[in-house]
Design a protein around this ligand. Structure first.
Ligand SMILES: NC(=O)c1ccc[n+]([C@@H]2O[C@H](COP(=O)([O-])OP(=O)(O)OC[C@H]3O[C@@H](n4cnc5c(N)ncnc54)[C@H](OP(=O)(O)O)[C@@H]3O)[C@@H](O)[C@H]2O)c1
Length: 217
């Protein structure tokens, strides 16, 4: 069993992933930025850890994650401004990479974005910046020397998902249930043989277990 440090544990993907990992018997330390989230995280079986990725240093993160052997980064600014996107989706990942290295945590799972997103519709303000920051975070992780996996989901849907996906190194763009993203992350965490891969993910018709098995071939 792993001890997983989740950055973004209260989010749409992160909260579902947290529940799945606890159910599977993993330990989870859950970073959260609002004090009132601690009770629910505790009741869910996690070790809550109060902190804001914008103000925490990499040393702060390393200290909070010191007993962990896996880091998942699924936080995001969610369109709350250019500076916050830079600080959370970009610099937050860089700090988490430094914390992983400082602690000797080799396994790092990053929820990135499908690079085809938004190509077929008018772009909202900040979208190009968001995509650029996400790509820079991917670049930093690939260069880190860690045993990373970058998951690039299509447009996220607030649904539990049916456990059926399309996951491969290059696939057509589409949407994906947040529950399917969480289940894919949980399956990847249970398959440490898959590392140093960038995986695109949408809803599809392949059971997650089979999709993960195919990625090992
Ligand atoms: N939206 C899409 O269609 C889409 C597509 C592809 C990829 N993605 C990416 O997928 C990931 C997960 O998305 P999601 O929809 O699950 O995200 P979400 O529901 O918006 O959750 C974001 C998480 O990040 C946390 N967070 C935000 N600012 C923080 C800070 N300063 N310090 C610590 N934690 C902070 C939030 O905490 P609070 O609970 O306190 O807010 C929450 O736990 C994100 O990285 C996103 O960019 C999104």
């Amino acid at each position: 069993m792993s001890h997983v440090f989740i950055i973004g544990a209260t989010g749409g993907v992160g909260s579902r992933l947290t529940a799945m990992l606890i159910k599977a018997g993993h330990n989870v330390t859950a970073l959260h930025r609002k004090p009132e989230q601690a009770k629910q995280l505790s009741e869910a079986g996690t070790t809550p850890c109060l902190g804001d990725i914008m103000t925490m240093t990499s040393d702060d993160l390393a200290s909070e994650a010191k007993h962990c052997d896996v880091i998942v980064f699924t936080a995001g600014a969610a369109g709350s401004g250019l500076d916050r996107t830079t600080a959370i989706d970009g610099e937050g990942v860089v700090k988490a990479i430094a914390a992983a290295k400082a602690n000797g945590i080799s396994r790092f799972y990053l929820v990135s974005v499908f690079m085809d997103a938004g190509r077929d519709k008018p772009r909202k303000d900040g979208f190009e910046h968001y995509m650029r920051v996400k790509k820079q975070a991917d670049n930093a992780l690939v260069a880190s020397g860690l045993e990373w996996v970058i998951l690039r989901p299509g447009t996220l849907l607030s649904e539990e998902g049916d456990g059926l996906v399309n996951a491969n190194f290059a696939i057509p763009y589409g949407s994906v249930a947040r529950g399917n993203v969480a289940a894919m992350l949980a399956a990847l965490i249970d398959t440490p043989e898959i590392k140093r891969n960038i995986i695109e993910l949408t809803d599809g018709d392949t059971p997650i277990h089979d999709a993960v098995a195919s990625l090992q071939k």
